[in-house]
Design a protein around this ligand. Structure first.
Ligand SMILES: [Fe+2]
Length: 676
């Protein structure tokens, strides 16, 4: 059975394919179109997923879409009669609903074929909840979706058990925590779709000086839900423009003049950030958390269990997520890798698969198995032969406990650990060489050296040395990540111990706002030693406090409030990345790397060409793609710049000395020995 899941005509359009119970592929359209958060019909993601499945669209049996036009229609009608919104707003919403309803026709037109597939429309929040609960491995869990809007609701709560989800409470349009946070984001001067994370990063620099004003905006209700004070918002009555089709998504101004009267004038985006903007950000985060935890406590009162499945756009608030265990009775939480709307593609597909009586498991090749690491334990930091770190037995015992207490397989989901997020395209070494080979002259002119390293242990050791030497390393391996975070397959890696690393990274590549923190990837076995909470965070969706005595060791990834948005690196999920961090650990006694997404103000790179282009147009020091190790010789480049010459004839890539004809692409490039 072939099942196509879609998030279409909305931001972060995406597709996934489930083939005979296996989730063979999933990807966001933005990675192919190279436009952030691209909205529309995700044809390139569909094409990729179907290629992975070895099938065509005409062979698809079921299409699942994370929208259900017509859902909550009585509520919609009631709202129109009571609030009398701008007719243009109503028309805009109807048009978008029509697009979602006619996805089959749009596909038939675009692909010029007649579909045999049955189309299933899954309510937006049900799809969000399914993307969390059905992949969590929990037998039972309380479920919460917190969002901007979808199918006329912003929030949904319920219960999941044995492959089914029941929603028993919703917060309807126009009340929304997502809209509240987005309006504050716009007021502080971050105008783009998806900028909310900037407010979250800015918040620790501020003080809670605007709490009273924020409580005027968001009013908590006795039942644990909330209401917006609509005086301050215009998304429900005015003609706020929303662009969701064939474009980068855009959302018009969400707040009224009353909000500026309450909090002060909006900051024009190019004006400097002042302390009051940081205080507003801090206060907004506090109020968001108050409302979020009130929802969770109410949910737990109704369903007093240990497990929570959490999703929706607001579940990207990793700071609030990191406090769930501290502020609520929940003991174990599952957040999907794509908690936002892209995740609805998998959620809708999983929901339909469950309804049809199927099961779900990850594809067999979602993990790039290290050639030697797993078999001989080379990447295992508790290797008894070496015993390089000390206290290995303690760490081993802790890991064993962690594993035994981790998620148990449910009747639907057949994988006994966090779901592998590596569901995107991958490229062989030969394909990577096809990208590098035509650039030999240019790379040579830039004083680059290229070598191939054919065993993973050496590749990891060499990369770890480069990181420890202060180099900025592009790391491109295996299948691209699903979801917004780079999780060690499309990452830029740096030394977390260097106080100047953030400035170096921003100067060389990222050029992003100086207040935004960089995140650490840490070996799962070492989390308790370095963070105040010990939990699985495989998709970088929680912020924990770094232990006080460790903070000075990690200045590049420690935020101003002592926190870090960690990714726990599990050997069973990504053995090569685990091996790399282990090599860095052996070298430095620090089991973490700074991990930021492989991009420069663009979607995360997908293909080798994009990775190489990013390397070439920035001042990245090293690019490791598959087994290829490409390094800029900084000294030589500087000397060449000074002398006005373009490069060094023998510097790169060294293939001609091996006797290969220029332009020939060898089936297997010769290995170049490397001694550390
Ligand atoms: Fe959503």
């Amino acid at each position: 059975m072939l099942l196509l899941g879609l998030n279409a005509y909305h931001a972060d359009s995406a597709a996934c394919v489930i083939k005979d119970g296996s989730l063979v592929a999933a990807a966001e359209e933005e990675r192919f179109r190279r436009i952030k958060h691209w909205a529309g019909l995700p044809t390139q993601a569909i094409d990729y997923c179907l290629r992975e499945a070895g099938a065509s669209l005409g062979e698809v049996d079921h299409i699942a879409m994370n929208r259900k036009p017509g859902a909550n229609n009585w509520r919609r009608l009631g709202f129109v009669f009571t609030h009398l919104p701008d007719p243009r707003l109503i028309w805009q919403k109807i048009r978008n609903m029509r697009s979602a309803a006619s996805v089959a026709e749009a596909l038939e037109q675009r692909y010029n074929l007649q579909l045999k597939a049955q189309v299933h429309h899954v309510e937006h929040h049900l799809a969000h909840l399914a993307s969390a609960f059905l992949l969590s491995g929990f037998e039972e869990a309380a479920c919460l979706s917190v969002d901007g809007f979808g199918d006329f609701a912003s929030t949904a709560m319920g219960w999941g058990g044995r492959g089914r989800i029941r929603i028993d409470q919703r917060v309807y349009f126009p009340h929304s925590l997502g809209i509240f946070y987005s309006a504050i984001t716009q007021l502080i001067g971050f105008p783009h779709y998806g900028d909310e994370y900037k407010v979250m990063g800015l918040a620790p620099y501020g003080e809670p000086r605007y709490l009273e004003e924020m409580r005027e905006l968001v009013r908590l209700q006795p039942d644990g839900t909330f209401r917006l004070n609509l005086t301050y918002f215009r998304h429900h009555t005015d003609n706020v423009s929303y662009s969701w089709n064939d474009c980068a998504p855009e959302v018009g101004l969400l707040y009224t003049d009353a909000l500026e009267s309450l909090l002060g004038p909006a900051r024009p985006p190019k004006e400097p950030l002042e302390q009051k903007h940081k205080d507003i950000a801090h206060s907004a985060q506090v109020i968001y958390e108050e409302a979020f935890f009130a929802l969770l406590r109410a949910l737990h009162r109704r369903y007093p269990c240990n497990h929570l499945a959490l999703s929706g756009g607001c579940a990207m608030n990793s700071v609030a997520n990191g406090r769930v265990y501290l502020q609520t009775p929940f003991k174990k939480m599952y957040l999907p890798a794509a908690a936002g709307d892209a995740g609805g593609a998998i959620g809708a597909a999983a929901m339909v698969a469950a309804k049809l009586g199927g099961t779900l498991q990850p594809p067999k090749d979602s993990i790039r198995t290290s050639r030697r690491a797993v078999e001989d334990g080379d990447s295992n930091i508790v290797d008894r032969k070496r015993q390089p770190i000390g206290q290995s037995t303690i760490r081993e015992a802790r890991f064993a406990i962690t594993k035994s207490s981790s998620l148990q397989p449910s009747s639907f989901f057949l994988y006994p650990s966090p779901f592998p997020p590596y569901l995107g395209p991958q490229f062989s070494d030969q394909e990577i060489w096809k990208t590098l080979e035509p650039q030999r002259t240019r790379l040579s002119a830039l004083s680059c050296q290229l070598s191939e390293v054919n065993d993973d242990a050496t590749l990891c050791r060499r990369t770890a040395h480069a990181v420890a030497d202060g180099k900025v390393v592009g790391w491109f391996q295996g299948r691209m990540e699903w979801g917004p975070r780079a999780l060690g397959n499309r990452s830029i890696l740096c030394d977390p111990r260097r106080a100047d690393m953030k400035e170096i990274l921003n100067a060389k590549i990222k050029r992003r706002e100086s207040f935004r923190p960089f995140a650490p990837s840490i070996l799962r076995e070492c989390v308790a030693d370095w963070f105040e909470q010990d939990d699985d965070v495989p998709y970088m969706m929680k912020v924990f406090q770094i232990r006080e005595q460790k903070r000075s060791l990690l200045p590049a990834v420690c935020h101003v409030d002592g926190s870090g948005r960690l990714q726990t690196v599990h050997r069973e999920l990504n053995p090569l990345y685990h091996q790399l961090i282990s090599a860095f650990y052996l070298l430095t006694s620090v089991p973490l790397l700074l991990n930021t997404s492989f991009n420069e103000n663009e979607p995360v790179v997908c293909r080798p060409e994009e990775a190489l282009a990013c390397f070439l147009r920035t001042r990245m020091d090293v690019l490791v793609m598959g087994n290829f190790f490409l390094e800029r010789d900084a000294q030589l480049a500087t000397a060449n710049e000074a002398s006005g010459t373009e490069g060094h004839a023998s510097a790169c890539p060294g293939r001609s000395s091996d006797g290969n004809h220029a332009g020939a692409i060898p089936a297997k490039a010769p290995a170049i020995a490397w001694k550390l």
